[in-house]
Design a binder for this molecule. Sequence first.
Ligand code: CDP
Length: 202
Amino acid sequence: MSFCVAIDGPAAAGKGTVSRAVAESFGFAYLDTGLLYRATGAKTFEGLSPIEAATTLAAEDLDRDDLRSGDAGQAASRVAAIPEVREALIDFQRAFARRTGGAVLDGRDIGTVICPDAKVKLYITASDEVRAQRRFAELTAAGEDTTFEKVLSDLRERDERDSARATAPLKPADDAVVIDTSDMSIAEAVAQVVRLIQQKTV
Ligand code: CDP
């Protein structure tokens, strides 16, 4: 039986942490779809065109150690606005969503485009400052030399680009449950999401 949980939201809202915890507690597989766009964006650093990068994306491209950097995030959001890039990545994501045993996918268009019939749709968000603070902590822990102000302005620029694009823009699906984690610990957010999914699985 397939059971898809779709988790969307703006940059650094805590989607990844919540998705991993949910996948673990229900035994579902987890796909971080942002990584596909980050890997595509990073391949353009070597001179490939975005469409070439997306159509030749291979498993080893997801192992690069620069994918979590601020630059890879910006490159991801630029290539993600190109319809042919999104098209090249759709089949893999849809097949993952249908896998037997359940799947959690996080991204920007999971509830709207990739998995419109997902059993559970969530839109996880938080204030710009809280998200920038969380991302700043992650990037500095990973050794990136950056400032809170740069992280905040990068994140706003990326959200603006992701929301304004014509193809699969960032927005909550009409039937998504919106969770604002600004004043919540990640553990509280996870507990809330687990309860929601339990209601759908009984
Ligand atoms: O981790 P963070 O929330 O900062 O970003 P991410 O999920 O790794 O996604 C990086 C970028 O990829 C986003 O800013 C989007 O432009 C793009 N993306 C997308 O367009 N569609 C998705 N399903 C996932 C990511």
